[in-house]
Unconditional design. Structure first.
Length: 274
């Protein structure tokens, strides 16, 4: 990987391929906005950046080289060899089709509280509505950045009331978010510790929270805590698995089930598979 600093941007090359648009807008993160020039603007761990896909890699605007190394290297999962992972997954006909059509979909390493909170908001919801709730949440309770807002911390959220959260129009999800924020802020749930525990232990701990079932737990672990073996299952993924993998996922998907799931989710969402 080569990271070069220019006057107005950071150029990243030699880090492996990425389909930036699909990666940022495939239902794993909800706060990236597409600009007219095909760049995307978002706020990651309190830092706003605009990122654009180039012929050789990615170009980041508004951040320093150190911020890339400290935050965005992990966020875009540059430490994983996606060429090797996708070569293995492509032994499967459906995965081979998906990879050839959509290229490299990377798993984003989001801040764990943001992932947990976002996927509690996602319960029984669709992506446009989830984005609206999270946008109102950030605008009302986050800190202003250059053009957007930071994601409210668990500590800030724990200080709120259900009346405060009524502005979100989040319905039955609001009490669950408030309860989760209090558990995280108090240390009852230590999200950072979940980086180092096995999947079953992590699921069990997260599922002690009201409103957190296995799917929300697995989404949090996959998209917020780097557990690539987590495999979130909704009704669409369940149907795909029953149709294509009735005996379970192939052995060569072991350890990267979550990456396979993201391809399944995307091709289903795009209407490529029923």
């Amino acid at each position: 990987m080569f990271v070069e600093s220019a006057e107005t941007f950071i150029e990243v090359t030699g880090a492996g391929s990425i389909n930036l648009g699909v990666t940022l807008d495939c239902g794993q993160a909800f706060r990236w906005k597409k600009n007219d020039d095909d760049s995307w603007t978002g706020v990651v761990r309190g830092i706003e950046t605009t990122v654009k896909e180039t012929q050789d890699g990615l170009r980041f605007y508004g951040i320093t080289k150190k911020q890339f190394e400290d935050i965005f290297f992990d966020y875009f999962d540059f430490g994983r060899d996606y060429d090797r992972v996708l070569k293995a997954l492509s032994r499967d006909e459906t995965m081979d089709f998906a990879v050839k059509k959509y290229g490299t979909i990377r798993i984003l390493r989001q801040e764990p509280w943001e992932a947990l909170c976002s996927f509690i908001f996602s319960a029984c919801n669709n992506i446009p509505r989830i984005k609206g709730i999270i946008e109102r949440f950030s605008e009302n309770f986050g800190e202003k950045t250059k053009t957007s807002y930071t994601f409210p911390t668990a500590e800030k959220t724990a200080s709120l009331t259900l009346d405060d959260l009524s502005v979100l129009r989040a319905g039955f999800r609001a009490p669950y978010v408030l309860n989760a924020a209090k558990a995280v802020a108090s240390g009852e749930i230590n999200l950072s510790a979940l980086y180092y525990k096995n999947l079953e232990e992590c699921e069990k701990e997260l599922m002690t929270l009201q409103g957190v079932g296995k799917k929300v737990a697995d989404c949090t672990l996959l998209f917020g805590l780097g557990h690539a073996e987590a495999f979130p299952v909704d009704r669409h993924i369940k149907r795909i698995c029953e149709k294509l993998y009735p005996a379970g996922l192939p052995e060569y998907m072991k350890g990267v089930e979550g990456i396979a799931q993201q391809y399944m989710f995307h091709v289903q969402r795009m209407g490529d598979i029923n």
